[in-house]
Structure formats: structure tokens, C-alpha cells
Ligand binder design. Sequence first.
Ligand code: AHG
Ligand code: MN
Ligand code: MN
Ligand code: MN
Length: 342
Amino acid sequence: MSQASTVSLTRYLLEEQRAGHINADLRLLIEVVARACKSISIAVGKGALGGVLGDAGSDGEASINIQGEAQKKLDVLSNEILLEANAWGGHLAGLASEEMDHSLPIPDVHPRGNYLLLFDPLDGSSNIDVNISVGTIFSVLRCPEGVTTPGDEHYLQPGTAQLAAGYCTYGPSTMLVLTIGHGTHAFTLDREIGSFVLTQRDMKIPEETREFAVNMSNQRFWEPPMQRYVGDLLAGREGPRGKDFNMRWVASMVADVHRILTRGGIFSYPLDSKCAGKGGKLRLMYEANPMAFLVEQAGGAASTGRQRMMEVPPTGLHQRVPVFLGSKAEVEAAVRYHVEAD
Ligand code: AHG
Ligand code: MN
Ligand code: MN
Ligand code: MN
């Protein structure tokens, strides 16, 4: 691709600002997050040579996060990179992370801005030590009027309130996928010049698909409608769906969602009796909602199986939800199995 025709992330964001879609503050916030993702990409890329693999914690003691998960070193490092990058920029009033029990107002030694940043600093942690793609997921909300020191309750806004959302996938190439509410666009990191370059404007998810992504080992724990739905997928062309399906499961939501944004598919992490008490496995505020925004902006759909994801009224910072997202017609089919069963 010749330099002349390339559109960098900076140019894309400036053009969006000129179009009135974002203001300078939000533009600069997204640039800060993208820069932090570049640093995380470098750390992830070092692998064993960077001393960043394996579990966090010291002298044999695992470091357990608010989710009850043993943290990986890269979970902690990625979280620190995002905190440090965003502390002094002046765009944020506060931030919330999968890896922090509570949200954090920007320290008052720095100027505060009007936005709230929520993120999953390292998604797919179980894949770090086996060299499979991982990612970072982020979501931007407005800090409520008149709130200068935001608390957890100020983040509890539905997905429809998001001003921007995106992820960075650290795979064979590092790609930033972003929406500010005007389509979903993909940028590839040009490591030689150190900037993200627009490589896919206006991603569109095919309405129909033959590919599903679910962790089949949980099948015996699913609700009956989910059993029926997946059973019909597995029955293939002889079954009620009348076509054969393929399956993929990376166990990094970012990697599975990126495949779906690129070629279609349905991703599901449904309720199962193992995590039903917690509402599901995946987190609403910094996994399901940002992904739902990206998917809807690409013409797809995102649901809990019974409700549009972005209309779920949040009740907690680390709230979990069942997730169905991807090709619109397939998500609607999966939802029908659940709604008809109720
Ligand atoms: P995280 O690593 O941020 O905790 O997220 C992991 C999530 C998600 O990325 C993935 O789709 C899912 O967990 C995989 O769950 P299983 O390991 O149960 O398949
Ligand atoms: Mn985790
Ligand atoms: Mn995650
Ligand atoms: Mn994570």
C-alpha cells in the first residue's frame, strides 16, 4: 500500500472530528488508548524473552483478582500500562478495569476530563502461555454532569450510552478495531512507523453464517433452549436448520469476535449451571457492551439471549451476562429458541 493513500488512525480521528462526530478530547483519549495498546503489543510480542509469561503473584502465592481468577503477569502489566497512560492526559474523570476491584478517579494531581474509560486490559489470559492471540477491550462513557469524583455507580450506564468502543488484537498482526458510532473500522499496526493504519473501513458482518463459536465442554450445563439450539446446529443439513455448520473456539473473546467481524459467525457464552449464580461468565461493562457496540455498528446483533445487550441496565461494575453476538439472522435464531422456551 503506497504511503500516499494510507489513512492513519490520527488522520481518521481528525476527519471524524471535522465531521462533528467526536470532539478533540475524545479524539485524544482514543489516541492515548491506542498508544497504550502499542506498548502492550510490544510486551506480549516479547513472550518468554520479556519475562512476562506465567502467573502473577510472588513466592508461590497466586494473585487472585476480583473475578476470582489467578492473574497472569500480563494481566497486571497491561492494567498498569493503561493506568499510567491515562493518568495525566486530562481526558478522563476515572477508569474501571477487570483487574481492579473498584473504579479509580483520576488522581487530583492531574487535571480531570469528562470521560470514563472501562477496559479488560488483557482478554484471553488463558492463552498467553501457549502463544495464542490475546487482546485488550475498551469502552468510553461520559462522566455524568456535575460529577467530579466518579464512583462505581457513575459507570453503571447501559451499552447504548457508549461514546466509543474498541479492541486491540495481538495476533500475527496487531489490529485496533474501533467504533465511535459511525461504523466499525479496522487499523493495522505498521511496526516500522509505529502507527495504526486504516486497513478495513466499514466492516460488515454477513447476515447469515455457517460458523458458530461456543465452548462445547459446557454443553451438559446449558439451559434446555441452548441445548436445543446447538443440537440443531450439530444436526446439520439433515436437521431443522437444513445446512451444515463449522465450529471455532479460540477462548480469547477478542480473537473470536475479530473472526466474526471479518467473515461472520455467531459467538456465544451462554448461561450454564456452573456460572448461572453469577449471571454468566463474560462481563457486561468491559467485554459484552463494547463488543456489542462494535458488532451492531457492523450490521450484526448482540443479545443476552432474551434482551438486546446494549439495553441491559447495569447493576454492578463486574456484572456478568450471557452473550450471543454476530451474524444478525443467526443471533435472532438463537434468541427465538430462548424466548419460545420462556
Ligand atoms: P479474560 O481472559 O479477560 O478473563 O477473558 C476470558 C474470557 C473470554 O476472552 C473468552 O471468550 C472466555 O473467557 C473463554 O472462557 P473458557 O476458558 O471458559 O472457554
Ligand atoms: Mn480475566
Ligand atoms: Mn476478557
Ligand atoms: Mn482480562
